[in-house]
Design a protein around this ligand. Sequence first.
Ligand SMILES: Nc1ncnc2c1ncn2[C@@H]1O[C@H](COP(=O)(O)OP(=O)(O)OP(=O)(O)O)[C@@H](O)[C@H]1O
Ligand SMILES: [Mg+2]
Length: 243
Amino acid sequence: MRRVRTGIYGLDELIQGGFPQGRSILVSGTCGSGKTTFGIQYLYMGAEVYGEPGIYVTLDERPNLIREDCLNFGWDLRKLEAQNMLQIIDGTVARLGFPTEEEFTLPSTALDVDKLLLEILAAIKRFGAKRIVIDSLAALGLSLRSEDEIRKAMLKISYLLGKAGITSVLISEISEEKKYSKYGIEEFLVDGVIILHYLGVGGSATRALQILKMRGTKHSEYLHPMEITDKGIVVKKVEETEI
Ligand SMILES: Nc1ncnc2c1ncn2[C@@H]1O[C@H](COP(=O)(O)OP(=O)(O)OP(=O)(O)O)[C@@H](O)[C@H]1O
Ligand SMILES: [Mg+2]
């Protein structure tokens, strides 16, 4: 099985070298747990270090704010966009119906999974993307549908992306009711699940990363301490303790 280097410092060695190629990985966590940073780092490092073009579909946060925030990590997204190594698809307008200056947007009618997929598949063809991030599934408006329809939409997304040979990071969010994802079914339909934990303890906050599943991979089962530094996300090893 071929592996896709994640670009998240310390993660690859916990999952036998990287994500299984062509598969979809769910990255889920509470608000502020680092999901967007994880997604962008995967694409930035993919393009800059591993020479793989990527697509970022944003449904929650406006592209310009993301570009601005990423400069704090030293990630110049505009440069990658100019080199055709990164494409940001703005889906926020489709959700809000506002005008945009973005080059790549979704039609500003109601957000539709099929239209989104068509736009994504066209983008993959256009510049040979190998990586994609959808931020987030929770924002796809699937909540208006039945569980069966959500399941079908999810399967369609991961099937078509897999068929295009692209390795995808699908972002979801953990709420009080659902343990691992927005709808409580995403985790069953993907090939891998990574949970980002963000716990406030006393006066300080602690971040941790957990690999819940990674099909075809012998992965760490520990809860790994994680930090968001000025270089991006760094995952730490857990010291093995003798029992
Ligand atoms: N340059 C930085 N250095 C250190 N920590 C940072 C830096 N930039 C952001 N952070 C931390 O990362 C958090 C936001 O991360 P991110 O936006 O990736 O989370 P998220 O899970 O996508 O959040 P949301 O649920 O709002 O979409 C900030 O709240 C902050 O704690
Ligand atoms: Mg986010």
